[in-house]
Design a protein around this ligand. Structure first.
Ligand SMILES: Cc1cc2nc3c(=O)[nH]c(=O)nc-3n(C[C@H](O)[C@H](O)[C@H](O)COP(=O)(O)OP(=O)(O)OC[C@H]3O[C@@H](n4cnc5c(N)ncnc54)[C@H](O)[C@@H]3O)c2cc1C
Length: 419
């Protein structure tokens, strides 16, 4: 009997999970590897950072996703390198051979010139990042009540967010609502007017990848919520206590949240020529890694640049899902010696929420904002969560927040100390 083809997928994110699911009942052996034992629904991570949801609502155990899929094995391990000649990968738990390798490792924060001080910034790329941020913000609120009258509160009650994309504005909106509805009730002896939320965006508008209407409306929403939004404002220096902008102005804060950019989470060993200048893996229209054989990349880490799309596909969950599905079909077609199909992104729209009844939605033929957009945003996010329990818990938490204007507890479960 012919041996089954060995397909190794690195990354149990959106792309990796979609792909692995497609292989159910196909005559192949799948090895899925991730450094975590759970799938993380990143679009709702800002809710963890602000106490709107608890981690178990957006994370789901990988093993449980595949309980009923017999042809898959999962290993929790960090993949260190790939040997494309020998068709092997090296991981923290040993080496594995492959016939086809799929790299679906997503992206990591790009700190640009701030790489050297990344340990004092607060990124938002993982659940531990979100928990650190939440602990630090609540620790500062506690600290503010024990400071002497002559001591300044500025540094610990000013929050700076760098980056005006969806992650930055959603986080800013949630923090503003926390300031408005939750902190006055939980910290009655704190002068809440001293807490300020400041958003710095180097570009002239927010949500650069969405329509002008979405940018303008999100700016209005944020300003209405009392957030100080600084457009055309590039942060050039930060020492842990004070940030300095390109125009020379400065701002005191010990909480600098970094949502200003991401780059591919690369694996060592790929040919140098297959890495783009923006740190992603260059692939062809079939997601095959350039200058390599039997190695493919999908999702955030992959970059297929064409003349009309010189920076590759956008780094979004639907792109990873669509690429995962098509590549799975194509691999089965390759095994069966059939022709394969090129990838074409079907853009079904983009959305972002800024707070209660405030969201912006760009569909291909319709752009709208406000309450209906907010309900649609909630609906899409709830149905996209993995597992009935996660959907139910998120729905229940949001519904009670909606009625009570309150949020879950903002527990400091694991105090955070900046390094
Ligand atoms: C805060 C935030 C908000 C976002 N909001 C939205 C949104 O509203 N809408 C939207 O469409 N997109 C949003 N995105 C982007 C979206 O999450 C990504 O585009 C999507 O997750 C990409 O999927 P992926 O499969 O490529 O990678 P991921 O989902 O990131 O999965 C990659 C997986 O690879 C694993 N991994 C990485 N390196 C290794 C290694 N060396 N060894 C083993 N495992 C490894 C990781 O642990 C992870 O599980 C958001 C992202 C963030 C961070």
């Amino acid at each position: 009997m012919a041996q089954k083809h060995k397909i190794v997928i690195i990354g149990a994110g959106f792309g990796g999970i979609t792909m692995a699911k497609y292989f159910k009942k196909k005559n192949v052996d799948i090895l899925l590897i991730d450094q975590n034992n759970y799938h993380n629904f990143q679009p709702l991570m800002y809710q963890i950072a602000t106490g709107g949801l608890e981690p178990y609502s957006i994370a789901y155990p990988v093993r449980r996703i595949f309980r009923n899929q017999k042809n898959i094995r999962f290993r929790m391990a960090k993949v260190k390198s790939v040997d494309v000649e020998d068709k092997k990968i090296k991981t923290s738990v040993g080496s594995f051979a492959y016939d086809y390798l799929i790299i679906a490792t997503g992206s990591k924060s790009n700190f640009y010139d701030f790489e050297g001080i990344k340990n004092i910034l607060f990124p938002l790329k993982s659940i531990p990042d979100a928990l650190n941020m939440r602990s630090f913000i609540f620790q500062n609120l506690e600290k503010s009540l024990t400071r002497q009258e002559n001591e300044s509160l500025e540094e610990i009650l000013n929050i700076a967010i760098v980056g005006g994309g969806p992650a930055g504005i959603e986080l800013a909106g949630a923090l503003a609502e926390m300031k408005q509805y939750v902190i006055p009730k939980d910290f009655p002896d704190l002068d809440v007017s001293k807490l300020s939320i400041n958003l710095y965006q180097s570009a002239p508008r927010l949500l650069k990848t969405m329509s002008d209407e979405a940018s303008q409306k999100s700016l209005n929403y944020l300003q209405k919520l009392g957030i100080n939004v600084f457009l055309n404002s590039r942060v050039t220096h930060y020492d842990g206590d004070e940030l300095i902008l390109a125009d020379g102005s400065s701002f005191k804060t010990d909480t600098l949240i970094w949502t200003a950019g991401v780059k591919g989470a690369l694996i060592k060993g790929l040919p140098k020529k297959s890495i783009s200048r923006s740190g992603r893996i260059l692939v062809d229209a079939f997601n095959k890694v350039r200058h390599s054989d039997s190695v493919f990349a999908i999702g955030d880490v992959a970059c297929h640049n064409t003349e009309e799309n010189p920076r590759g596909e956008p780094m979004l969950a639907p792109v990873a899902n669509q690429q995962g599905k098509l590549l799975a079909k194509n691999i089965i077609r390759i095994i069966n010696k059939k022709p394969i199909h090129p990838f074409e992104y079907k853009n079904r729209g983009a959305m972002a929420t800024i707070g209660r009844k405030k969201a912006v939605v760009d569909l291909p033929n319709w752009k709208f904002q406000g309450t209906f957009a907010w309900f649609l945003w909630m609906f899409i996010h709830i149905i996209s969560l993995i597992g009935f329990r996660n959907k139910f818990v998120a729905f229940f938490d949001w519904f009670t927040n909606y009625l009570t204007y309150d949020k879950p507890l903002g527990l400091i479960l694991r105090p955070h100390k900046r390094k």
